[in-house]
Design a binder for this molecule. Structure first.
Ligand SMILES: [Zn+2]
Ligand SMILES: [Zn+2]
Length: 285
């Protein structure tokens, strides 16, 4: 593996902690474990007795020690995943990935359209500070968007839809939030790792108040640049009828609550998800 060349983006920085539910963890299924790293979730796929597992996403900057501690608590001292699989490459999902690769010496997989953002080739579009969404949107311009460079350690997910080291799962392309955003789905029990295609708790309590009790939200607004694609991705995920869902942000959902929430989001996407104005919103809407 090529390690010496790995580097974070030029605007990489530690983000002041918004710690809603930070440090909480949950065994959502016997082989699906979610840990909340301040504002973002990382997932571990694999049964703790089998010592084979995958880490999905890699948390915020400066969180590697915390993530390693959680991994070892669940899978045993010295345990390491067989791979790190990414839903997408935003800073809050790859923030500690270089330290984790250096510690574990494991391959990383992401959708091929996400690779430019993970190999130093292309920055993400500017976060949109003009959308409503309160503090998080207002502080979005400080979020890192420059590409990190994982050098030779990141690979495209296989074209056949399988997910390396995650038997039974397939990846589903769910663009909109980013070009190469993917979700991971297991048909046998309807388990879905959504990523940021839609989330359950807006990282902004004001927004949550505005939309009252509905817990399912669209993708985080300030980073989403293609709203039509984002809508289509929500519809795609609804159509597969997942039974259990875990998210990049917010708490997991199951059964009726998930089904109804997803249908409600799809049916009311313009009201719930789409900002009424903003850099990436078509004004003619
Ligand atoms: Zn994101
Ligand atoms: Zn995110």
């Amino acid at each position: 593996m090529v390690m010496s060349r790995m580097q974070y983006g030029s605007d990489y920085k530690k983000i002041p902690a918004y710690s809603m539910g930070s440090g909480s963890d949950m065994e959502v299924l016997p082989d699906l474990f979610t840990y909340t790293n301040k504002i973002v979730n990382v997932h571990m796929v694999g049964h703790p007795d089998e010592e084979r597992f995958v880490l999905v996403d890699a948390g915020l900057p400066d969180s590697a020690e915390e993530i390693i501690k959680v991994v070892e608590k669940r899978f045993g001292e010295g345990a390491k995943p067989e791979a790190i699989v990414l839903t997408h490459g935003h800073f809050d999902h790859v923030g500690s990935i270089i330290e984790l690769i250096e510690k574990w010496n494991v391959p990383v997989y992401a959708h091929k359209m996400e690779l430019p953002y993970l190999t130093g080739q292309k920055p993400y579009p500017d976060p949109d500070p003009t959308v409503e969404g309160g503090m998080m949107a207002k502080t979005a311009p400080m979020f890192p968007k420059e590409p990190i460079d994982l050098a030779g350690n990141v690979y495209a997910l296989p074209a056949d839809g399988t997910v390396p080291h995650m038997p039974g799962f397939e990846w589903i392309h769910t663009p909109g939030h980013t070009d190469g955003h993917v979700s991971f789905y297991r048909q046998s029990d309807g388990a879905l790792i959504v990523g940021d295609a839609f989330v359950t708790v807006q990282q902004d309590s004001l927004y949550k108040v505005m939309v009252q009790k509905k817990e399912i939200q669209g993708p985080p607004v300030y980073f989403t640049t293609d709203w039509e694609a984002a809508r289509a991705s929500v519809e795609k995920l609804m159509s597969i009828e997942p039974y259990t869902a875990v998210f990049g942000h917010g708490k997991s959902l199951q059964g009726e609550e998930l089904r109804e929430g997803l249908q409600y989001l799809a049916a009311n996407f313009d009201d719930i998800a789409l900002p009424s104005h903003g850099r990436y919103v078509d004004d003619e809407k």
